[in-house]
Design a protein around this ligand. Structure first.
Ligand SMILES: [Zn+2]
Length: 292
């Protein structure tokens, strides 16, 4: 008979408790871990579900407002164009936060180095990708055709609204693709500008109609835009951070409802706010409009 060592009874009980406890702790930890996992997943699902629900409700509300409004005006800014690939300037990731605006695209260059100014335009256009209006532009142009939108006021100079077919358009910052005399503002043709031919009326220098820093906005466009804002029952403000005067005060001109659509938040008083891509939001609203 072999003499097996048996620990005293008390010690055996103590060892059992330790083993059981470590097993219990593992079981408890395991349950807690799984429970936590489910809880987090459940919370995330709930948030996602609520966001989607909230977004759907907002989309439906906007579609209803567009349908009901007798005078809807749209105000667009750089955020609309960035979705077509055009770099923006003023947003937090924008070009002007990384580098200063190119010298040859300034009024100063136009006066001091006209040859270089025209050449920089030619160079810029040659290297410019062929930007196309995204679906949001097409939808806005379609709403204008259907009488759901009266006019579009834009701060963009890229003419994507023109390319999409919008007609009642107020271009507050001019256009990269239209030209005038710098001195007397007589409209000019592109080829004359590219060939550095002087203005036929006063002999002045030709240039694109874009508005440079320090220049006034085109009077007629500004006046008409203000009138449009006053008449509006509904204003869609899309892709603009509303930091540039006088546009930043435009929302205050309307007695109508204001809807803000941008991928950056804006601390302001709007009736409805969407944070996201304008193209996607307009697409969803358009689908909803079709279903009403
Ligand atoms: Zn002139």
């Amino acid at each position: 008979m072999t003499n097996i060592y048996r620990p005293p009874y008390i010690l055996r009980v103590y060892i059992k408790i330790i083993i059981c406890d470590s097993i219990n702790i593992k079981i408890i930890k395991c349950i807690t871990f799984h429970y936590k996992g489910h809880l987090v997943a459940f919370k995330e699902r709930k948030i996602d579900y609520m966001d989607r629900e909230e977004r759907d409700a907002k989309i439906e509300k906007l579609a209803k407002w567009i349908k009901e409004s007798k005078y809807t005006v749209v105000l667009t800014g750089a955020g609309m164009s960035t979705e077509s690939g055009i770099p923006d300037f003023r947003s937090k990731d924008g070009l002007w936060h990384k580098k200063k605006p190119p010298k040859l695209s300034s009024k100063k260059a136009l006066v001091a180095d006209y040859g270089g100014y025209v050449d920089s335009y030619k160079e810029g256009m040659k290297n410019r990708p062929n930007y196309k209006p995204h679906q949001g532009y097409e939808i806005l142009a379609g709403w204008e055709d259907k009488g759901l939108v009266e006019s579009i006021i834009t701060q963009n100079v890229d003419d994507l609204h023109v390319a999409a077919g919008s007609r009642n358009l107020y271009r507050l910052h001019g256009s990269l693709f239209e030209f005038k005399c710098n001195d007397c503002s007589t409209p000019a043709i592109k080829d004359h500008f590219l060939d550095k031919i002087p203005c036929e009326v006063c002999g002045g220098r030709l240039r694109p109609t874009i508005v440079y820093f320090g220049e006034s906005l085109p009077k007629e466009e500004l006046y008409d835009s203000i009138e449009e804002m006053k008449k509006a029952e509904l204003v869609l403000i899309i892709g603009t951070s509303l930091v540039v005067s006088p546009v930043k005060k435009f929302p205050q001109l309307t007695q109508g409802k204001t809807v803000y659509i941008n991928n950056e938040t804006k601390e302001d008083d709007f009736d409805l706010v969407f944070i996201g891509r304008a193209g996607e939001i307009l697409e969803d609203v358009n689908k909803k409009l079709g279903a009403i």
